[in-house]
Design a protein around this ligand. Structure first.
Ligand code: SF4
Length: 362
């Protein structure tokens, strides 16, 4: 495409300003349009970021790529095999962000449960979390999505022992039917998934569990869907993300025969979304009367006297605007649930004056 000047690999994002400067200084076209490879072996170093403009939370990528081969997913082909960012580099990045005033850091990656397996010496996500919590005493850490068979007892133990690891696990289910899970080439079956979720629930009723569900995968019959519906209805899962199956070119699932009509897919998605809303409501209500550590993250809306905050359990609590500074991590008493929202009052202020407060627009 003649209008494209440059194509970068994912690992080159952080070099973009330097590359653009170099292009500006050189004659147009002096750099090859395909700069570097969209490489399967590119490194995955953090980038020394100290600001996430418009966000009260910061994100640290600890891992890239995936060794699994789910039949609907293009990620392993696009991002290559799993590579971990060395722990020292992660710790350095977390320190920079803490220093900049961030009070919640989300550890992200394509497949973070595999963290450390490729390092020498190998490490684990649990080891990394312990090191971060030791080093960065002013931040709360939250995990992004994690696969069910990578939720370890150590991880649950850390979550129970400190409120600086958000009690929130997002564990993709995708389907609650063994035949569909097999066709998806997922690495667990329904009973294995159920066992882990029940173990988490036994460990503490205040750990929020979210999930992703794909509706309308090829071969999903009415009975398969009902199995999924019943499973998530029974299990203590409070946050659903529901996706209609959409084939990704060059995946195995793209070659499978589409057996679920768009109309049926909409109907099934609608039922799950409705169930998710009802379960979320019950979960929200269970917070009334409790004390929560929340991250204050933005105005409810322009002229509102309320400000929004986020619990470790990924629930929003509205607070009086004058009593909580954006960007701070404070304890609040949740007083009521009304019109689908939680309301609370801060019990103490974040003693650290927060330099990112002005930057948190939402
Ligand atoms: S769905 Fe997740 S685990 Fe499966 S291949 Fe894609 S990135 Fe890997």
């Amino acid at each position: 495409m003649k209008e494209v000047d440059l194509v970068l690999g994912n690992g080159e994002k952080s070099s973009l300003p330097a590359i653009v400067d170099a292009m500006a200084e050189s004659e147009r076209g002096a750099l090859p349009a395909h700069h570097g490879a969209i490489s399967r072996v590119e490194t995955s170093e953090p980038t020394g970021i100290d600001r996430f403009l418009g966000h009260a939370r910061a994100f640290v990528k600890i891992q890239e790529g995936c060794n699994a081969s789910c039949s609907y997913c293009i990620v392993p082909r696009a991002r290559g095999p799993s590579r971990s960012v060395p722990a020292a580099a992660v710790l350095e990045q977390v320190s920079v962000l803490q220093e900049s005033g961030y009070r919640e850091i989300v550890l992200s990656g394509v497949h973070i449960g595999r963290y450390g397996a490729d390092l020498d010496p190998p490490g684990t996500l649990g080891d990394l979390l312990e090191a971060i919590l030791l080093r960065a005493s002013a931040v709360r850490v939250r995990l992004s999505s994690i696969e069910v068979n990578e939720v370890t007892s150590k991880l649950i133990g850390i979550m129970r022992s400190t409120d600086r690891l958000a009690p929130h696990l997002h564990i993709p289910l995708q389907s609650g039917d063994d035949r569909i899970l097999k066709a998806m080439n997922r690495s667990y079956d329904v009973s294995g998934f159920r066992r882990v979720i029940e173990e988490i629930a036994r460990a503490g009723d205040r750990i929020a569990i979210g999930t992703d569900i794909i509706v309308g995968f090829p071969g999903e019959t009415e009975a398969c869907f009902e199995n999924t519906f019943e499973l998530v209805r029974e299990l203590p899962i409070s946050h659903f993300h529901v996706f209609g199956f959409s084939p990704r070119p060059r995946t195995r699932a793209a070659a499978m025969e589409r057996t679920v009509s768009s109309e049926r897919m909409r109907e099934r998605s609608g039922r799950l979304i409705e169930l998710g809303r009802a379960k979320k409501r019950v979960f929200l209500e269970s917070h009334v009367g409790t004390t929560q550590l929340v991250l204050v993250h933005g105005h409810a809306h322009q002229r509102s006297s309320l400000i929004r905050s986020l619990t470790g359990t990924y629930c929003e609590v509205l607070l009086p605007r004058r009593e909580a500074a954006r960007g701070s991590l404070v304890s609040v008493r949740v007083s009521r649930f009304s019109e689908e929202a939680l309301y609370g009052t801060p019990m103490e202020a974040d003693p650290v004056s927060n330099p990112i407060a002005g930057a948190c627009a939402r």
